[in-house]
Design a protein around this ligand. Structure first.
Ligand code: NAD
Length: 480
């Protein structure tokens, strides 16, 4: 059994109430360990440790903070294989993906923010003619809370923690209870890298107990959250009366808009990836595919042909393209949407069935699923499924597809395939999304703002936006 512990004040410890929950391996359905279901007492201890560490950490030179963050990054790289295996077992994602995306990205998050903090600057404003100068101090907030989801476990956990630490805050963090393993392992790496005790505290447990204790804690002044829209709305309700600073990265239902004038082969290969990478469990996946009517039939045939070639299998197999879904309840939720699609009169063009992988019969495997819908307002086209399920629908005019693309409550990302510059400019400005990719997908530059509009969230992560979020601007006006 791989049991994990809380990481508080540099020590690994059991939850005070000795309350534990099971951790499942999605590839075979086995319970392979237990994790603390921490209570508000554990969160209080983590908070006290963070609070005590703050006076020193916030005064640590930028060079020293940068050196420690970059050391964490190097140690993650040195431990790539071990972390990738742990991530793949905990989440069900292909080991190859964890090794090439999740863990390298977690390492680059620490390296990026370790470097970015040495370049971060604040403004000064000379009040001309008034003999006065204003300058802005960017001060750390204090103790901040970071809460992350299960789909890209260490990658999204570190995406918050690295900028919070770089700016001099101390952190109480909670990974998803569904995928806690690599966050637990990060504690050891932080000790080895010389991160002072108490600067980062990691408490494990359910959202309703541990997560709730973090968002309710009056001393935790900011919450950076990534997860579902309903959870985000709940957090906003709890945090608003306490005037906490909030960054909410929430759900998506992203359009992938394909015009006939695009580079077809490149579009086709990328669309397979943007539909099914990580079992379709990436908030940026393009789950609503709109295709210009003149190439609809060709696209449909070619796309299904490629999807059929995707290999659903055990995450550790090199030949696996699609691993296991993260949990049994999630598998059930995704399957229920396939039933909803049938009831709504949509055509299941491919997939829709569970897959039995020999030797791992109790794992949570599902075929990549392609659904042809006739009405963009149907539930499978409006609600976030967050699994290996995409819908196809033809369009004839720019106006029609723009309206359909924007007619959902979400606004995280959008992908556009065209070689027409005027159309590119028009769609880029009119699509209701925080991120628009043109002729590519999920190409990331860590300096760019990351986040969504509408029900996809509030605030932006990434680059200096994250450093701004984790600091409080204070204006100093000096008259001379
Ligand atoms: P979730 O909202 O169920 O859980 C996310 C985290 O919040 C978990 O750690 C959970 O324990 C915690 N939590 C739950 N209830 C809480 C509460 N009352 N107080 C405090 N914390 C609480 O989401 P999930 O199922 O883990 O993740 C999937 C969702 O995340 C999808 O909707 C997906 O689109 C979204 N997501 C968004 C982004 C983005 O950048 N916008 C990235 C990845 C995932």
């Amino acid at each position: 059994m791989s049991n994990i512990k809380n990481f508080i004040n540099g020590n690994f410890q059991n939850p005070i109430n000795n309350n534990w929950i099971d951790n499942y391996n999605p590839s075979n359905g086995d319970v392979y360990g237990q994790i603390p279901n921490s209570s508000s007492e554990d969160v209080e201890e983590a908070f006290e440790a963070a609070k005590s560490a703050f006076s020193q950490w916030s005064q640590t030179t930028l060079e020293e903070r940068s050196r420690i963050l970059i050391r964490i990054s190097e140690l993650l790289e040195e431990n790539l294989q071990r972390f990738a295996e742990a991530e793949s077992i905990d989440n069900g994602k292909p080991l190859s993906l964890a090794k090439t995306v999740d863990i390298p990205r977690a390492a680059s998050n620490f390296r990026f923010f370790g470097n970015a903090i040495t370049q971060f600057a604040s403004e000064s404003h000379e009040s001309v003619g008034q003999n006065a100068i204003n300058y802005t101090l960017r001060q750390p907030i204090g103790v901040v809370g970071c809460i992350s989801p299960w789909n890209l476990p260490l990658y999204l956990f570190t995406w918050k923690i690295a900028p919070a630490l770089a700016t001099g805050n101390c952190v109480v963090a909670k990974p998803s209870e569904v995928t806690p393993m690599t966050a637990y392992m990060l504690g050891e790496i932080c000790n080895e890298a010389g991160l002072p005790s108490g600067v980062l505290n990691i408490v494990h447990g359910l959202g309703s107990s541990t997560g709730q204790a973090i968002i309710e804690h009056p001393g935790i002044k900011a919450i950076s959250f990534t997860g579902g829209t309903a959870t985000g709305a709940h957090i906003a309700k709890v945090a608003a009366p306490m005037f906490k600073k909030l960054s909410l990265e929430l759900g998506g239902k992203n359009p992938n808009i394909i015009f006939a004038d695009c580079d077809y082969d490149h579009m086709l290969a990328t669309t397979v990836r943007s539909s099914f990478a990580n079992q379709g469990q990436i908030c940026l996946c393009g789950s609503r595919i709109f295709i210009e009517a003149s190439i609809y039939d060709k696209f449909k045939a070619d796309f299904i042909d490629k999807v059929k070639q995707l290999n659903v299998g055990h995450p550790s197999e090199k030949s696996t393209d699609i691993g296991a879904l993260v949990s049994k309840p999630h598998l059930e939720k995704v399957k229920s949407y396939i039933e909803i699609a049938k009831a709504e009169g949509a055509n299941i063009l491919y997939g829709g069935k569970e897959v039995t992988v020999e030797g791992f019969e109790d794992g949570y495997y599902l075929q990549p699923t392609v659904i042809e819908v006739h009405n963009d307002e149907c539930r499978v086209n409006q609600e976030e499924i967050f699994g290996p399920v995409v819908t196809l629908m033809p369009f004839t005019t720019e106006e029609e597809v723009l309206t359909m693309a924007n007619k959902v409550k979400y606004g995280l990302s959008a992908t556009l395939w065209t070689n027409n510059l005027t159309r590119t400019m028009k769609f880029s400005s009119k699509l209701e999304a925080g991120i628009v990719w043109v002729n590519t997908w999920m190409m990331r530059d860590l300096r760019t703002p990351f986040g969504g509009v509408k029900a996809s969230g509030v605030g932006r992560e990434g680059g200096f936006e994250a450093l701004r979020f984790f600091t409080e601007p204070k204006n100093i006006c000096i008259k001379y």
